[in-house]
Structures are given as structure tokens and as C-alpha cells.
Design a protein. Structure first.
Length: 479
């Protein structure tokens, strides 16, 4: 298998596609359907714009991407695997230490297929969710970042489709086809996971989505990067390089919104963050509304980790097809035969940690790792707020708040983690979750700002631009 990237091929790749005519035919057959999907479900209204995008052209740590103006339908979606690790071994489960698989082991075929399909399904879903946002971009800089995320999610779909087509025969081809058939929010053929059928109605939602939900993607990819099935591991390792930018977009996006709100409040002499009317009169997003969006996107994202205790998750780990976050850095036997793990549960009307067999608690564990990973950015948002002398802190709600999957599904738990009765929850919903007024107000703010270097009034300009460009660089040339 060649490691260098054949960038001139119809489908840029470093998987030796030119030497595998059967796979090449299968992918070339899928390609027009993909383009149809992109043109009909991708960014609406900007397909002919020239966007300053990065394209992956290598898999080396340095210089893996090049930047240039591209019309999105002409983006060079490629199939790129991170470099092979010599003599890589299966990192966990009953085969720990055995050589990693280069082909799909028959016994684990169904499992692997399912994991790849679920991951693959999320990639086009987010593009669909975000397709209306371009026309209300707060700046060309932000518009470019949105489209960057979108084309890379498209590439991630290619990555999963490659695995399906190469290793799963006819089933794989059928699944690849289905990935273009399901649609976010559709009644008949929705996307597979709940959060990927929700709307992304505005830019605050987009930034929250890329901060929280793309981070779920990161955690899943981190776990799959430790798969004993080597092609999956290499695919996911390269996807992670791109994913970092998506979370950067979310983190800086929320930070710039918070900054703008705090600045506007300070210069207007408003000290009370709950004086909603006064804050909204300034044309910025009040901090309590940002907290409610945080509550919503955080809880929706937690549902993506599945049930806390799961025999499927145990089977994946035992088989060695999916590892844990940082599996290679963990100091244990990587089999978890006799270990336990504390899982939060409702016991006798109270939330408490209960030790359960660690093998069954892998979803809970990955979710806990995710929550830890969320902290840094949130505390920097809060530092931004306090640096303006405003007394307000954005917090992650309790893990049991507003959940629909697992242990806490349909329980009434406050964001602070108090067990409440259903009527109390009902009465408090408008302070805990985004309201229709929030939505209407934020929607009103979503006016396009397409002048280079100009930014909508509710968001601060970024500290710097993309790839050493200034924030007023012409990131998108509108047709
Ligand atoms: Fe992705
Ligand atoms: Fe992403």
C-alpha cells in the first residue's frame, strides 16, 4: 500500500486506489450520488462562491493541508489514512497484544460494520443541519469556517464509505448508498442518532454544536483510533487532525459572542446579566440565553454516548474493535476483567455513584472523559466574562439533566442535579432550556454581514484570521 498521496487522481487518496480497480469502480459509482447529495443538501446558496478552504493533501504532521479558493462542489474530497504504525498490536480486549487486523475478522464483521455506519451517518447529517446558515453569516470569516467544517464532514463521509466499500463487499455498498438516503430531521428516513436530527437554527447553535457535538465526534474517533482493525484506526487518526478545527470554531465562536455581550454591557453600564430587556436592547445575546443553549446542546450531546451500561460497548471492547479514550496511555491490563467503574444512578430517589463492572460501563466512561474535555473552553469563556467585571458563570448542567437516553431518560432533574417532580420541571423549563422568545430574538439578530472585515454586532471579531491572514481577508468571494 502506497503512503504518498495521489492528489491528481479523480479521487485523491493514499490508499493505492489506482491499483485496486474493483474498489475504484465502486467508489466512482458512488461519487455522482455524493455530488448530487452535496448539491442538494449541502450549503444552500453558496455553491458557486469561491471559498478560501484548506484541503488535505498529505498525511504528514507538517504541511498536510493547502489553502486556496475553491468552489465547494469542486472540493477535492480524498481518502486519506494516517501513516501505518509498524507492528501495531491490538490494544485491548481478549486479543490484546496480537497483531492488528489488516482485514475484517469474520467474527466481528457485523460489529465493525455497525460502528462504521453509525460514525458515517453523523458526518453528512451535520452538513444537512447547517445548510441554511451561510445566508445569515455574521461575517465572511465565519462563513468560511462554516463551509470548512462542512466540506470536511463531507470528507469524513468519504472516509467511512471507503471502509465500507473496500472491506464489506455488497453489504458495504448498500450501506454506502443508504448513507446518502437518510436525511437529518426526515420523518421517513431520519439520521440514526437523535442530536443529528435536531435543527441548527442559528449561529449560536452552530457554535454550541461544534463545541459540544463535534467533541462527541472527537471522543468516538479517539476510541475508534484504538481499534484493532487497522484501516479503521488509521482513518480515524487522520480525521482527528481535521476535527480539531471544528471544535476551535465552536470554542472561539461562543467566546466571541460572550465577549461582545460583556463589552456591550460594560459600555452601557449594565451590571445585571439578568436585565434581559436592557441587554437585548443592545443587540447582543444575553448570558442567561447562552446558558440555556449550553444546557440544551450539552444534554443532547450526552445522549449520543448511549446507555451508561451497555453490553454492546463491552462486546466492542472485548473484541478489540473499539478502545477507550487514550487507551494507549492507560495503565491497566486493557481487559478490565475484574475492574469496576463508578456510574451515576438514581437510587432511592437520590443521584449517587454506584460501582459497576468496568466492562459494562464503557459508554459512561467515555462520556465522563468527554465532560472533562469540555471544561477548558468553558472556563475560558467564563474568564472572558469576569474580565469585564460581570458576575456570571456559564456552567455545564448536571449529567442527568434533560436526558432521553440511558439511566436518566425521562427523569425530572434540574441543571444543578436536584431531583424534582414533573410539574416543577415543567414550570422551570423556560429558565433552563431555550424558549421560543430566545429563538425569535436570536433569529432576529441573524442578519447577513458580507462586507470583508465587518462583523455582525452580536459577535466580536476574531483575534486573528485563518492561516496568518487578517480577519478582514476576503475569505469568501461571493458570485
Ligand atoms: Fe466529522
Ligand atoms: Fe466535525
Amino acid at each position: 500500500m502506497t503512503e504518498t498521496v495521489d492528489y491528481d487522481a479523480l479521487i485523491p487518496n493514499n490508499v493505492g486506489l489506482a491499483d485496486d480497480p474493483k474498489l475504484q469502480r465502486a467508489l466512482e459509482k458512488w461519487h455522482p450520488g455524493y455530488l448530487d447529495w452535496w448539491n442538494s443538501m449541502g450549503p444552500e446558496g453558496f455553491q458557486m462562491a469561491d471559498v478560501y478552504l484548506r484541503t488535505a493533501v498529505s498525511v504528514e504532521k507538517e504541511g498536510w493541508a493547502k489553502f486556496d479558493y475553491v468552489k465547494m462542489p469542486e472540493y477535492r474530497w480524498g481518502i486519506l489514512l494516517a501513516p501505518a504504525v509498524e507492528e501495531r498490536a491490538i490494544p485491548c480486549g481478549e486479543h490484546v497484544g496480537e497483531p492488528a487486523w489488516m482485514e475484517v475478522p469474520g467474527a466481528y464483521r457485523a460489529m465493525l460494520r455497525r460502528l462504521i455506519v453509525i460514525q458515517g451517518d453523523t458526518e453528512p447529517a451535520s452538513v444537512e443541519q447547517q445548510r441554511h446558515l451561510g445566508s445569515v453569516s455574521p461575517s465572511l470569516y465565519d462563513m468560511r469556517n462554516l463551509f470548512q467544517v462542512n466540506v470536511e464532514e463531507g470528507r469524513h463521509l468519504w472516509a467511512m464509505v471507503y471502509l465500507l466499500q473496500k472491506y464489506f463487499g455488497r453489504d458495504g455498498r448498500d450501506e454506502a448508498h443508504e448513507l446518502l438516503e437518510r436525511q437529518s430531521g426526515s420523518e421517513e428516513k431520519p439520521r440514526m442518532l437523535g442530536a443529528f436530527n435536531e435543527e441548527t437554527p442559528d449561529w449560536l447553535s452552530f457554535f454550541m454544536f461544534t463545541y459540544f457535538t463535534d467533541r462527541d465526534g472527537k471522543m468516538q474517533l479517539e476510541a475508534l483510533a484504538h481499534s484493532g482493525f487497522d484501516p479503521l484506526s488509521r482513518t480515524c487518526r487522520f480525521m482527528l487532525a481535521e476535527e480539531a478545527h471544528h471544535m476551535f470554531v465552536g470554542y472561539t465562536g461562543v467566546k466571541r459572542i460572550v465577549q461582545r455581550t460583556a463589552e456591550a454591557m460594560t459600555s452601557a453600564g449594565i451590571e445585571d446579566p439578568y436585565d434581559i430587556e436592557a441587554v437585548r436592547a443592545l443587540g447582543v445575546i444575553d448570558l442567561p440565553a447562552i446558558q440555556r443553549k449550553t444546557n440544551l446542546h450539552f444534554s443532547l450531546t450526552l445522549d449520543l454516548f448511549g446507555s451508561e451500561e451497555s453490553t454492546n460497548a463491552a462486546n466492542y471492547f472485548n473484541a478489540g474493535v473499539k478502545g477507550r479514550y487514550h487507551e494507549d496511555k492507560l495503565q491497566d491490563d486493557h481487559q478490565l476483567r475484574n475492574d469496576t467503574y463508578p456510574v451515576m444512578k438514581l437510587v432511592d430517589g437520590e443521584l449517587q455513584l454506584v460501582e459497576v463492572p468496568a466492562l459494562n460501563a464503557l459508554n459512561a466512561r467515555l462520556r465522563d472523559d468527554f465532560i472533562e474535555d469540555c471544561r477548558g473552553g468553558i472556563s475560558r469563556w467564563n474568564r472572558e466574562i469576569s474580565s469585564h467585571g460581570i458576575d456570571f458563570e456559564i456552567t455545564m448542567p448536571h449529567v442527568a439533566f434533560n436526558r432521553e437516553v440511558g439511566e436518566f431518560a425521562d427523569l425530572s432533574i434540574s441543571p444543578a442535579g436536584r431531583v424534582v417532580d414533573a410539574p416543577t420541571f415543567e414550570a422551570k423549563t423556560s429558565t433552563w432550556l431555550p424558549t421560543s422568545e430566545d429563538r425569535a430574538y436570536i433569529e432576529e439578530l441573524m442578519q447577513p454581514q458580507f462586507e470583508p472585515g465587518e462583523f455582525a454586532g452580536w459577535i466580536a471579531p476574531p483575534q486573528r484570521g485563518i492561516q496568518n491572514k487578517t480577519p478582514n481577508f476576503l475569505y469568501v468571494k461571493l458570485p
